[in-house]
Structures are given as structure tokens and as C-alpha cells.
Design a protein around this ligand. Structure first.
Ligand code: IDP
Ligand code: MG
Length: 149
């Protein structure tokens, strides 16, 4: 089973889009394993985005992700990394397909509303960075037989 870490970035929280964004993922049939509202501090932001250190947008990216509360969540299931990325849409909302979260709710790369893990390995690392094991819930979903054959 893959796990994807998603972050509803400060613009999503400030714009009142927590519900509409989570609805997209929930309605698709993706399963939540954990979720919390939190503030990302400078050190956590730098660790989470370490791969982008040295890029011209790094400082503004850290400033953006630490600028207000975020909702972090874990989605689990077979193939969820790519499915969530597809539902989220292209990094730059101006190129994101209509019907995706970024394509429907955002216009600029520096305010693209949501993070989602880009590989199973990064998903595992990011889940561990943001959640303690005891914060995650292992549960049986009664609708699974209607979502998975
Ligand atoms: P992703 O969020 O689609 O995985 P990444 O390339 O991993 O995209 O970049 C991480 C985040 O950094 C993006 O979501 C966006 O907020 C920001 N970002 C990436 N490239 C740029 C850029 O060229 N200008 C401004 N911000 C950028
Ligand atoms: Mg990324």
C-alpha cells in the first residue's frame, strides 16, 4: 500500500477551500489515514522542501508554506501517489487541466494550494516527517467493496 502526504497550503486554508479540496479526494474514493491543522515552522519547511534548496524560488516557497496554518493529511492505498498527483494537477496552475484541483481553483505557481508526494519513497519519508505513528488510523472502510472490485 502506498501512502501520499498532502498539504493544503496556507492559501487553501485562508481562502476557505479546505472542504472543496478535500471533497475532490474524498469523492474519488481515496482513503484518509490521518489529518491535522498545524503551522509549519521554518525548520520543517526547509526539511520538507530540501530538494529545492538553492533554487531561485526557495526562500519565497519557505515563506509561503510557513505564512499561515496548513492542513496535512495522509492518503493510503494501491497507486495513490499517481492518482493524487493526477487529481491535484500540474505544478503551475496556469497549465493545469480543468477538472484538477489546481486547474479549477488556482492561477499561479507560487499560490498552487496543495502539495502531494511525488513517489512512494518520498510519500513514506514525508508521512514520517509530519506524523507520529500514533496519529495515524488503521481502519476498515465499509464502502470499500463499492470502490474496489
Ligand atoms: P509540486 O508541488 O507539483 O510537486 P515541485 O516542483 O516539487 O512541484 O515544487 C514545489 C513547490 O514549489 C510548488 O508546488 C510551488 O509551490 C513551488 N514552485 C515550484 N517551482 C516554482 C517556480 O518556478 N516559482 C515559484 N514557485 C515554484
Ligand atoms: Mg514536489
Amino acid at each position: 500500500m502506498e501512502r501520499s502526504l498532502i498539504i493544503l497550503k496556507p492559501d487553501a486554508v485562508q481562502r476557505g477551500l479546505i472542504g472543496p479540496i478535500l471533497s475532490r479526494l474524498e469523492q474519488r474514493g481515496l482513503k484518509l489515514l490521518g489529518m491535522k491543522l498545524m503551522r509549519i515552522d521554518d525548520a520543517l519547511a526547509r526539511r520538507h522542501y530540501a530538494v529545492h534548496e538553492g533554487k531561485p524560488f526557495f526562500a519565497s516557497l519557505v515563506e509561503y508554506i510557513t505564512s499561515g496554518p496548513v492542513v496535512v493529511a495522509v492518503i493510503g492505498g494501491n497507486g495513490v501517489i499517481q492518482m493524487v498527483r493526477n487529481t491535484v494537477g500540474a505544478t503551475n496552475p496556469s497549465n493545469a487541466a480543468a477538472g484538477t484541483i489546481r486547474g479549477d481553483f488556482a492561477v499561479e505557481i507560487g499560490r498552487n494550494l496543495i502539495h502531494a508526494s511525488d513517489s512512494p519513497e518520498n510519500g513514506e519519508a514525508e508521512v514520517k516527517l509530519f506524523f507520529q505513528t500514533e496519529e495515524l488510523v488503521d481502519w476498515e472502510r465499509s464502502t470499500d467493496a463499492w470502490i474496489y472490485e
